[in-house]
Design a protein around this ligand. Structure first.
Ligand code: ZN
Length: 333
């Protein structure tokens, strides 16, 4: 059974093989003349077959899709656009930051990867960690997918209104989980397609992998932005529909406060690199120890610590010192 979460809006469950999230919720908004798909799935047979089956259950085919709206450019959201392209001449919309970042990756993946490796290295990542990066990137960076995203039909900045019969969606730019993450808000019917910005139980990952960005500050601001909206129902990109979104926002804020506190306590005891810190944090996971974490989990955890350190640094609570080409952090008294 496909859930009709609101009249003419269907929640399609797209399987995500070998992914901790298990499935993606794509949303199909069906108007008289337009059929919009919000997010797609991984570039895999399982996701693709899943999408086709879910569409069939509600009486649609791939070729009926006229528009694809992407909440952000992560692979579990954008992966199917090429296979969709073969079946439909849809109009693609995404935030301009995602389009620009895709252009950057496309123009020189080698250079992009070498500056990323340098960043990880000066933050204390060991060689055997960094060497996984090539495989990891080359396995999912499909240039044709990035080319599509780099050249959307419409690149959004936030604030736009997208009408579809009786619905009128406002684009809310919510950077943090991704620099060009957007939510789609329907102010008359008071529901929000939240992408990965708000999930009911999972804490959305907020990572930093460049020197001069502060994604956690952006994420917390984006939480404030969404908190001010009047929302009765949230349709997230993973897990289930939920209603208690202000409570959820409070939980997420306090999660990050707790994490900051834990980091500060560790840095009061000793000077540590971001990587060392990541290995000492009490992560909510079933893995016995940091060593047992798969590469991708380590990567996300490391990124989250780097995001926290930037926020703490800007609040003047930690200090960064450079020793032998590596950054160490300590808490300020
Ligand atoms: Zn994501």
């Amino acid at each position: 059974m496909v859930k009709e979460v609101f009249p003419r809006i269907f929640q399609l469950k797209i399987p995500l093989p070998k992914n901790p999230m298990n499935h993606l919720n794509a949303y199909l908004i069906t108007g008289k003349n337009r059929v919009v798909l919000v997010d797609t799935g991984l570039n895999s047979d399982e996701s693709f077959d899943g999408l086709k089956k879910e569409l069939e259950k509600v009486g649609f085919k791939l070729k009926d899709i006229t528009d694809v709206w992407l909440t952000h450019f992560h692979i579990d959201h954008v992966g199917l656009i090429l296979r969709l392209r073969k079946n439909s001449n849809f109009r693609l919309i995404i935030h301009k930051n995602e389009a620009e970042r895709s252009k950057k990756v496309l123009s020189n993946l080698k250079e992009f990867l070498s500056s990323l490796k340098f960043f990880l290295k000066i933050n204390g990542a060991p060689k055997n960690f960094i060497k996984n990066l090539d495989n990891f990137y080359y396995s999912f960076v499909n240039p044709s997918i990035y080319r599509e995203i780099a050249n959307p039909w419409l690149a959004l900045t936030g604030g736009e209104k997208l009408s579809l019969d009786k619905y009128c969606f406002k684009v809310i730019w919510t950077p943090g989980h991704s620099a060009g993450h957007i939510c789609f808000y329907e102010p008359n019917f008071k529901f929000l397609l939240s992408g990965d910005h708000l999930l009911p139980t999972t804490t959305p990952n907020v990572s930093r992998f460049t020197e001069d960005t502060n994604p956690l500050a952006e994420y917390l601001d984006s939480l404030e932005k969404v908190e001010k909206l009047d929302v009765k129902k949230v349709f997230p990109a993973h897990e289930d529909v939920f209603i208690n979104y202000r409570e959820r926002i409070q939980q997420l804020k306090s999660h990050h406060q707790q994490r900051s506190k834990e980091i500060l306590e560790k840095l009061q005891e000793e000077k540590l690199t971001a990587y060392q810190l990541a290995s000492k944090i009490q992560w909510e996971t079933d893995y016995e120890s940091w060593e047992k974490f798969p590469f991708f989990d380590k990567y996300l955890a490391f990124g989250e610590i780097l995001a926290h350190l930037k926020l703490l640094e800007e609040k003047n609570l930690v200090k960064k010192i450079r020793k032998n080409q590596v950054f160490f952090y300590h808490a300020k008294d």
